[in-house]
Ligand binder design. Sequence first.
Ligand SMILES: [Fe+2]
Ligand SMILES: [Fe+2]
Length: 160
Amino acid sequence: MKLSREEQRVLDGLLREWRRHPKVQEMKQYIQHGSISTYDHVERVTQMCFALNRRWKMGADEGTLVRGAFLHDFYLYDWHENDKSHRLHGYHHPDKSCANAEKYFHIGARERSMILTHMWPLTITRLPRTREAWILCLVDKYVSTAETVAMRKREKRYVD
Ligand SMILES: [Fe+2]
Ligand SMILES: [Fe+2]
């Protein structure tokens, strides 16, 4: 989703300090889907949450939405690696991301809740409870599906 120059300026202002953080940069090393790094994934998700909230006037708090979306997959490992601690990644990574977000940044209860509930309905008891959390939960699914479909298409082209 393409942002206008003004939207890009506002988003950059909200994320400037966080993007520079070495632990955030570390997300560039990890693969999310196909050839998409976790860093690129969280940038896409954040951008789309931000744009939809503005354009569809969804009424979420912009700063909270952007911060929670940017750190939602801040788990800091490659989940494709065959490691015991990566088992059930889908269930456990929201907790790991939240713990890292609290360790390296000052986040509030609303960002925390966004990160912890973003995998619903997989984590069935963790229902998103705020506007920001619902937007993130739905946008993350949309972006993840698009990334996975693009990866499958590339693989198919390669096989054919
Ligand atoms: Fe996630
Ligand atoms: Fe995600």
